[in-house]
Design a protein around this ligand. Structure first.
Ligand code: FE2
Length: 384
């Protein structure tokens, strides 16, 4: 039977909103209408899009309430990309007149008040929920509510990779930003075991709609995959390790790249990872707020094309999705876990996630988060 914890969902909504606000507050007003990634909308769009989406998904479709501001909800209702095709809605383009930030924030305040008021007043008793599900298809298993909540969290991640592309002078570095550089002499290759053999077994991919509170449609249905035995590194590839590939001329060795990847490389004129920068003979890490000397023990951030070329250079290959699942969530007994470390909720000892840091932390530096096989950093510490 469906139940909704009213206090928990209101807290969740308010936590989302406070976090989104702090993300947009990082941006200098001069950059508010800029488009740091050509495929994405300008920044102003997203600050309006988050509350507009909650209004449309939860209040209008889910609970049958009227719009808060029809014009702004239409303006901000478009998909994540300006090219999203939606015949009912005009596309955003250079011609769009966007509101001032104050205008967006005023709309957001009204939207938030309406959402919280609706959540406080909605009938969340099991009988009432059943009736609501029958009357409003969008409220089946309360999906209109969970879609709004998950949508905002998902955007927070995509916003941060847009922010990352902005010039430093268009962002405010918050007080107290520090970097976990670890022990600078530590490298995965310097200590003992590097790979582990994982025996053949079952990996469960996707999810069963009846057993999870929420999932995006690409996550359904659940399927079990038989995975053959394989060997996997226990640590992420670090900047220092990837440097060996760069220094060995990996970006110029056509045989290491697929045809399409090689073309992409030429087009983008890449000679090293996008998160690296070169100053004279020194390599730098392109951080969220400033360049810092390239931390050797952080995981290297690269595209799938670069990771594949690196693996080929090493005489290895990338894991499949099923192998990833087996390494992360499988166990020697055959049971599968919710998280690599077990079923306990995530915390700071187990990984670099949940906005603890603007940057990576050294590979393998959160051993309490290792999987049953002893593989580190399978969630967090990257843009997986
Ligand atoms: Fe969206």
């Amino acid at each position: 039977m469906l139940t909704i914890d009213r206090t928990a969902v209101i807290d969740w909504y308010e936590r989302n909103r406070a976090r989104s606000r702090s993300i947009f507050d990082l941006i200098d007003p001069a950059a508010y209408y800029s488009r740091p990634i050509a495929l994405r909308n300008p920044i102003v769009f997203y600050e309006g899009h988050l509350p507009a989406f909650s209004i449309i998904s939860l209040l209008r479709r889910g609970l049958g309430r009227p719009p808060v501001d029809q014009r702004l909800e239409d303006l901000f209702a478009r998909g994540i990309d300006p090219d999203s095709v939606d015949s009912a809605i005009p596309r955003s383009g250079a011609q769009t007149t966007w509101p001032s930030r104050d205008g967006v924030l005023m709309f957001a305040d009204r939207a938030d008040a309406a959402v919280v008021e609706a959540l406080k007043g909605a009938e969340f008793q099991p009988d009432a929920l059943e009736e609501l599900e029958r009357a409003r298809p969008a409220m089946e298993r309360a999906q209109a509510l969970y879609t709004a909540l998950e949508h905002e969290a998902m955007h927070q991640e995509t916003l941060l990779y847009m922010w990352h592309r902005l010039p430093y002078d268009q962002k405010h570095k918050p007080a107290g930003v520090t970097y976990d550089l670890g022990d600078l002499s530590w490298l995965p290759s310097s200590g003992g075991k590097r790979t582990i053999r994982i025996p053949a077994g079952i990996a469960t991919l996707g999810a069963d709609r009846a057993r999870v509170t929420f999932g995006w449609d690409n996550e359904f249905d659940e399927q079990q995959v038989q995975v053959a035995g394989f060997e996997i590194d226990i640590h992420n590839v670090t900047n220092a390790e990837f440097m060996e590939f760069v220094n060995a001329g990996g970006y110029a060795e056509k045989l290491l790249w697929s045809e399409a990847d090689w073309e992409w490389l030429a087009q983008e004129r890449l000679q090293h990872p996008n998160f690296w920068r070169r100053r004279g003979s020194e390599w730098l890490w392109r951080g969220m707020f400033e360049d810092i000397p390239l931390p050797p023990s952080w995981p290297v951030y690269v595209s799938q094309a670069e990771a594949s070329a690196y693996a080929r250079w090493k005489g290895r290959r990338l894991p499949t999705e099923a192998e990833y699942h087996r390494a992360a969530f499988g166990t020697p007994s055959g049971a599968e876990r919710q998280f690599p470390w077990g079923d306990a909720p995530p915390d700071t000892s187990r990984g670099n996630f949940d906005f603890q840091s603007w940057e990576p932390v050294p590979a393998g530096s959160r051993p309490a988060g290792a999987s049953a096989w002893g593989v580190h950093d399978l969630v967090g510490n990257g843009w997986e």
